[in-house]
Design a protein around this ligand. Sequence first.
Ligand code: CA
Length: 296
Amino acid sequence: MSHPCATRYPLVLVPGMLGFIRLVLFPYWYGIVDALRRGGAVVVAVQVSPLNSSEVRGEQLLLRIEEILRETGAEKVNLIGHSQGSLTARYAAARRPDLVASVTSVAGPNHGSELADYLARHYPHDSAKGRVLAALLWLVGALMSLLETGYRGPKLPVDIPAGHQSLTSEGVALFNQRYPQGLPDTWGGQGAEEVDGVRYYSWSGTLQPGKTDRGRNLFDGTHRSCRLFARTFVREVGHCDGMVGRYSSHLGTVIGDEFPLDHFDIVNQSIGLVGKGAEPIRLFVEHAARLKAAGI
Ligand code: CA
């Protein structure tokens, strides 16, 4: 029996904003954890504050990494973060590079999200519209935590303005000044393969009419949201997944930035409803094989 995904170090999956481990019966990393485990990997999907800054989430992740190392006896972990989970993983690796073998950003807003910029402009926190949006997010977060069945740790703190600020271009620029590891020097370029002994990788998708809006995405409300959100993009208009721009996602070695996947498809959401010909799980399985080949 072959074990193509049997990496040396455990794979730790870090979710994005409003992330979860399992909502009722449905895991965040739908079909991905199972596929990686079938390939021989040790995989842990973690939870961090669904609505908070990347630094607060990153501190929570560091505690969780220490637990995982104790439980598995491993010396390091491979971090794979989706969306804000990428910034969360980057923070943890910058603070404790001795505990992290690699950081992989999957549709991570490594230079900010133009959707977050739009919301900051049109729904400022001190305005009535901003307060309504924050209340709505709080309600969604509260409902999701009620439906969460995979997380058994302590109650996680919520800070909606900090979470939002962590995703704007301005907020991420500040974050990048403190934690620049793996970032490209030029817009649209690739970053260093390895910094402080940590390897950096990224991949992302874009909305592609005729592909992403076909297939099972016809039945997925999150895809319609991505198409709506894409209209807020200015700098990377026509080159985004609905929430993150193609070049904004770049970190370390860029595995690909034009997969026909929206921001949710890339983690096989919702419940496997993706566009025509899309294979988000395959990207994770191939990446585990890549990490294994790198000896990590
Ligand atoms: Ca979808």
